[in-house]
Design a protein around this ligand. Structure first.
Ligand SMILES: [Cu+2]
Length: 640
């Protein structure tokens, strides 16, 4: 597996404006005897239950998998099949009550040895794998005693979960152990990826949830107000910042393929974006309180755009006309999203009325514009925002960096008129705000019934009317062609408060894109902190409590932030996550270091005791760029 840095490098170049897309590459063909894998939504458990025993026979077979539409490519994979049935991607669901005895017969029907992990979570303290030679059968008997969300997996003999590329990448199955009293209804989402590298470091890749990539993923039909529970299983060696539109979710457990860690109720955070680690699992619950169309998706733009789609890639490896074929598929706006996206329709309760429109709303006119030669030492065009003040519009080629902070008052309605002065369509998402679906800003998706938000065409306007119900720190950003538009600057902060901010003690650190990542060609970082590659220092006062609001919105990177001086890492108190104030048990003082993915916000309180100079080191979690932000602590004003 290529580390995400390489993903960023290749994809970054592909997304640079005026650089043609990489040619689509020929895909390997399924073996002649391969059986088409069916896909499923992890709702029906496999095997035969008899009292306290589950008997299941799993074969490992050559298969062919179609992760997207009927006309899109089919690729070769190894897959699990319940004996006597067609292979499936993901593999058969194993779901039993705690204490069940498992009798599993594994038969390797492919011509390589296969290593299997994750079938026996909780049985052994160390990671538990076994290898089955080609043609061999193994029988296992054990008891599953620890409730939780797990997955089993297979890889070529002697390799591990981390080594898998394309052929063995779909050897995955969900394994859920329910407590004796049972679990509330849930949806089990298994994330997988088929990744085919080529010699010249190019690749073809598709990312899927339960065997299908958006827009072919399962559509959830929920009823307004119904408790909803997800178990998310990440079989990749990549992180995924999983973002839910419209609602906060409660994290009930975080784990990995071989162990699960339930959180005590008072330690369960409420958030809308959580960084799911490689091999990790996440169990979450939420209540869809507002009807309409919503999304649950990975917030890395290259895990939800056409870079993780095989549509358009040639299937015949003899085809030479492949070069130059575009990967873009479908012209409907909904199809701007691919890969790791789940669509959610929430049906309104009887009698529900949308009361978000208000005649007394405050008006904000937000212009979306571009300024050539503004980023990357003049090499790249900045995309961004300007708030119009008065009747005279600002210059058409002006862009404010950092983007204007939208200072909103909790409970006070606003009407934000977005004017698109770009030469391409866009849509703006007010990330994390609990507002109606229509202004949520996902083109071709947000809305209810046939009242669906459409992309804002060049020269057009869109009015987002809503009332922010909660005080906190939120991002706003482009939700169309995000890789390019957010990389180029289309992101900013929304700060919702009850009273005007005390700017002496309340500080914003906005980290995000600073131009397309044209690696090795330029010196300056392709990122900005507070709109600059060399940000202006923060000024704090010794003895005072300061609030630092961090917003990270680089579409490609996990970002690490550490407050330090030459010898010491500082300490701060966590006070909010994703705009939600932390309850007392979670609002703890801790080492001033945090790792955040795109779309996450976090607020910390800092009380420097004496004057001096600190640095907030802001850098990519993987090798990439580094921008230090100087933090100057000045003496407290002399007492009078
Ligand atoms: Cu992702």
């Amino acid at each position: 597996m290529l580390p995400s840095i390489l993903l960023g490098m290749v994809f970054g170049v592909a997304q640079a404006p005026l650089v043609p897309p990489l040619p689509r590459l020929p895909l390997p063909r399924p073996a002649a005897h391969a059986t088409r894998a069916s896909t499923h939504s992890n709702h029906v458990p496999a095997g035969t239950r008899d009292g306290g025993t589950l008997t299941i026979a799993l074969d490992i077979v050559e298969s062919a998998w179609k992760p997207e539409g009927d006309d899109d490519p089919e690729v070769p994979v190894l897959a699990f099949a319940e004996q006597g049935k067609a292979p499936t991607v993901p593999g058969p669901l194993i779901r039993v009550p705690q204490g069940t005895e498992i009798r599993v017969t594994l038969t390797n029907r492919v011509d390589s040895a296969i290593t299997i992990g994750g079938l026996r979570p909780g049985v052994s303290d160390s990671p538990d794998t076994l290898t089955i030679a080609a043609g061999q059968t193994r029988e296992l008997r054990y008891r599953l005693t620890k409730p939780g969300s797990y997955f089993y997996w297979g890889s070529f003999g002697g390799t591990t979960l981390e080594d898998r590329l394309w052929k063995d990448s779909q050897l995955n199955g969900a394994l859920i152990v329910d407590p004796p009293e049972g679990s509330p209804p849930d949806h089990v989402f298994l994330i997988s990826e088929w990744f085919h590298p080529y010699d010249d470091r190019a690749f073809e890749v598709v990312s899927a949830i339960n065997g299908k990539a958006f827009p072919y993923t399962e559509r959830l039909e929920l009823q307004q107000g119904d408790s909803t529970r997800f178990r998310v299983l990440n079989t990749l060696t990549l992180f995924h910042p999983m973002h839910l539109h419209g609602f906060y979710y409660r994290v009930l457990a975080r784990g990995s393929w071989d162990r699960d860690r339930p959180l005590a109720p008072k330690m369960q955070p409420l958030l809308n974006t959580d960084l799911l680690p490689p091999g990790g699992t996440l169990t979450l619950a939420f209540v869809p309180t507002t009807p309409g169309n919503w999304l649950f998706h990975c917030h890395f733009s290259f895990h939800m755009n056409d870079e993780v789609s095989l549509a358009g890639a040639p299937r015949d490896s003899g085809m030479s006309a492949a070069a130059g074929m575009s990967g873009a598929s479908g012209s409907s706006a909904e199809h701007h999203m691919h890969g790791l996206v789940i669509g959610i329709h929430v049906k309104p309760s009887p009698g529900w009325v949308d009361d978000s429109a208000s005649p007394n709303a405050r008006n904000i006119r937000l212009l979306v514009q571009r300024k050539p030669n503004r980023l990357l030492d003049g090499m790249a065009t900045a995309y961004g925002f300007v708030v119009q003040k008065g009747d005279t519009p600002p210059a058409r080629d002006s862009v404010d960096l950092p983007a204007p902070v939208l200072e909103l008052e909790r409970g006070k309605p606003v009407r934000i008129t977005v004017m698109n002065n770009l030469q391409e369509p866009t849509g703006i998402h007010w990330h994390g705000l609990e507002i109606p679906s229509f202004p949520d800003g996902v083109p071709g998706w947000s809305g209810i019934g046939d009242h669906v938000f459409q992309p804002i065409a060049p020269g057009d306007t869109f009015v987002a009317a809503f009332t922010p119900p909660r005080a906190g720190t939120f991002p706003y950003h482009s939700h169309l062609n995000e890789r390019h538009q957010i990389q180029s600057g289309m992101y900013g902060a929304i700060i919702v408060t009850d009273k005007p901010r005390d700017l002496v003690h309340d500080h914003l650190v906005l980290v995000g894109g600073g131009g397309p990542a044209v690696y090795n060609k330029i010196e300056s970082p392709y990122a900005l902190v507070n709109g600059r590659t060399s940000p202006q220092p923060l000024r704090l006062t010794a003895g005072d409590t300061h609030r630092i609001r961090i917003v990270t919105l680089h579409p490609d990177w996990r970002i690490s932030l550490t407050l330090r001086n030459d010898s010491t890492i500082g300490r701060w108190r966590a006070v909010a996550k994703d705009g939600y104030d932390l309850p007392k048990a979670q609002a703890t003082e801790r080492t001033a270091n945090v790792q955040m993915g795109p779309g996450e916000t976090a607020d910390f309180e800092l009380r420097p005791t004496k004057p001096g100079e600190w640095r907030l080191e802001i850098k990519t979690a993987d090798p990439g760029w580094h921008i230090p932000l100087t933090v100057v602590v000045v003496p407290a004003a002399a007492p009078r």
